[in-house]
Design a protein around this ligand. Structure first.
Ligand SMILES: [Zn+2]
Ligand SMILES: [Zn+2]
Length: 186
């Protein structure tokens, strides 16, 4: 039986992500999931996922590729990029994750929308943290939650992201505790 502490979650920046944004994300991951993180660029060239007709990147293709790079002792990978991501049925996505799987991805591209002039650094950091936890939540089998305050709430616009808290609701917290127990028994 492996203990929780033997695993870490990889934060994998792709392209021009400001490194100053990463410590807050690492902290958020530790707070919600209890795992330490390691920053490591596992994938730099994502041109294979580029769709020229949409001028966007197919996030599902990036996730599939990322999962093949999982290092020993790592349990999940969170990629962070600055390109515009899509899945075929939607115009764009803030991020995507493999439900109950290994990889998640998140983009700052749309999270930069409707930025206030003051406190913009703090706001972008908050948005990124929320969506990072949301996407990793999916890799631990958490699904979308109806509670608009819950971090697992699906956000249709940037206002929804700003409205929700950086916490799991009671129901999702119980579900995650269960999932983490199962994970640690593997
Ligand atoms: Zn989601
Ligand atoms: Zn919830």
């Amino acid at each position: 039986m492996k203990s929780h502490s033997e695993h870490f979650i990889i934060i994998s920046p792709i392209g021009g992500i400001e490194v100053s944004l990463l410590p807050a994300i690492a902290q958020g991951i530790k707070r919600i999931f209890g795992f330490p993180t390691q920053i490591s660029s596992l994938l730099s060239d994502i041109s294979f996922a580029y769709d020229s007709s949409r001028n966007q990147y197919n996030s599902t293709q990036i996730l599939n590729q990322l999962s093949t790079f999982l290092p020993i002792n790592a349990c999940k990978i969170l990629a962070i990029t600055d390109v515009d991501l899509f899945i075929p049925i939607l115009t764009y996505v803030y991020g995507e994750a493999q439900l109950g799987g290994i990889s998640a991805i998140l983009s700052v591209y749309r999270l930069n929308e409707s930025m206030p002039l003051i406190n913009s650094d703090a706001i972008i950091s908050e948005r990124l943290c929320k969506e990072a936890i949301h996407e990793i939540g999916h890799t631990f089998n958490l699904k979308h939650c109806k509670d608009p305050n819950c971090i697992m709430h699906y956000c249709r616009c940037i206002g929804d992201v700003d409205c929700k808290t950086d916490q799991l609701c009671r129901y999702c917290q119980i579900f995650l505790t269960d999932e983490l127990e199962k994970f640690n028994k593997r």
